[in-house]
Design a protein around this ligand. Structure first.
Ligand SMILES: Nc1ncnc2c1ncn2[C@@H]1O[C@H](COP(=O)(O)OP(=O)(O)O)[C@@H](O)[C@H]1O
Ligand SMILES: [Mg+2]
Length: 365
């Protein structure tokens, strides 16, 4: 149940765009989600799934076709963007290049008509928060991409919004800087206590940064949960596939007892998994997911499933072994190199796959 304690509460929100003479685009399709106060909440999904559209509706840059958006329990439909206690960090930062770092950060406060002393004090505070005190008088055209990112954050945080919207803010940064900024953003969120709604298409970024994640596809939210919940108990095939690497195994329910289903795999062998909530009639076809790190290679003839090694890919900390199963499907085993000698398995070799008990999941789809 959504309560007044939700920072943002979207109820049945749809957004339809009508192109001239073209088919309409349902960018958001009956989206309902309650985002808690002080939460680091992430909208995760592939390009075009509606993430930016949802942020724009929350910010007030556009209006829902259907549904409503509440901020701390109040309908904000009629509030223009500048009257909402919400600020946005855009993907391209949208800084003013002819202004200094300090002037950029002061900008929003000046628009709000704050007194000069207060503005100066707040700019100092914000520069300290993002560790940019030395660069106050530098033009933003003369600082690095990572520094511009910090200025954009400081500028958005300066008016003390209740909710900060961040639209793929790290996607323009190189790998190392992105990793640093991920930690920095977590720290900023923690230190300010502001609700962050963060958008990314990068599942690893979402898993490492978020309190909760909403996985989106084609204008819908498919699952909302803590990173661990979503990873371990993906609601459906799309989520299982989008978050981390997954093996899909097709099989038939052979028996069900005390909530555990025995599944006969099309690839041969059986696996035990939690029975689906809806029950599992004998003989019904199901898909099981097994994460690659929950499988290990064992000598041929042993283990739960038999396979033939196709490829061995070395990753430094671990090795991914790609196998082909008897039904033609693919299976990936990921093993720590501490537990697997790299020349143990070679393409063409038969191997057994042992699946850690309790880890297979039956997909609801
Ligand atoms: N102003 C617009 N007019 C028409 N279609 C739009 C408009 N804005 C977004 N869309 C469409 O809505 C869908 C969702 O877009 P968007 O929210 O930008 O996705 P994301 O941010 O997840 O990549 C896409 O199919 C996009 O082409
Ligand atoms: Mg977008």
């Amino acid at each position: 149940m959504a309560s007044a304690a939700s920072a943002i509460d979207a109820r049945g929100v749809s957004k339809v765009f009508k192109g001239a003479g073209q088919d309409e685009v349902r960018a958001l399709d009956n989206v309902s989600v309650a985002i808690r106060e002080n939460e680091f909440f992430t909208l995760l999904g592939p390009s075009g799934c509606g993430k930016t559209t949802l942020l724009r509706l929350i910010a007030g840059f556009d209006f829902p076709t259907e549904g409503e958006i509440l901020l701390h329990g109040e309908n904000i439909a009629l509030l223009p963007p500048y009257k909402r206690p919400v600020n946005t960090v855009f993907q391209n930062y949208a800084l003013f290049p002819h202004m200094t770092v300090g002037q950029n950060i002061a900008f929003g406060l000046e628009m709000l008509g704050k007194p000069r002393d207060e503005i100066n004090a707040r700019v100092t505070e914000m520069l300290k928060l993002v560790r940019m005190e030395d660069l106050r008088d530098r033009r933003t055209s003369q600082i690095s991409g990572g520094q511009q990112q910090r200025v954009a954050l400081a500028r958005a945080l300066a008016p003390r919004p209740k909710v900060l919207l961040l639209d793929e803010p790290l996607s323009a940064l190189d790998y190392k800087l992105r990793k640093d900024m991920q930690i920095e953003l977590k720290r900023l969120q923690h230190d300010t206590g502001i609700t962050f709604i963060f958008v990314t298409h990068d599942q690893e970024e979402a898993l490492t940064m978020s309190d909760r994640i909403a996985v989106m596809s084609k204008g819908k939210i498919l699952q909302v949960g803590a990173p661990h919940d979503i990873y371990v108990r993906p609601a459906d095939r799309f989520v299982a596939n989008f978050i981390g690497e997954t093996n899909f195994l097709v099989g038939r329910i052979a028996s069900e007892k005390a909530g555990k289903a025995k599944v006969e795999l099309a690839a041969g062998g059986t696996l035990s998994a939690d029975a689906p909530d809806r029950g599992a009639p004998r003989g019904s076809e199901v898909t099981i997911v097994v994460r690659p790190e929950n499988a290990t290679l064992v000598p041929s003839g042993k283990g739960d499933i038999a396979g033939v090694v196709e490829n061995v890919v070395y990753f430094g900390t671990d090795t991914h072994v790609h196998l082909k199963l008897a039904d033609g499907s693919q299976f990936i085993v990921r093993q720590q190199n501490a537990t697997l000698a790299s020349d143990d398995y070679k393409p063409g070799q038969k191997a057994g796959i042992a699946v850690a008990p309790g880890t297979p999941r039956i997909l609801k789809d």
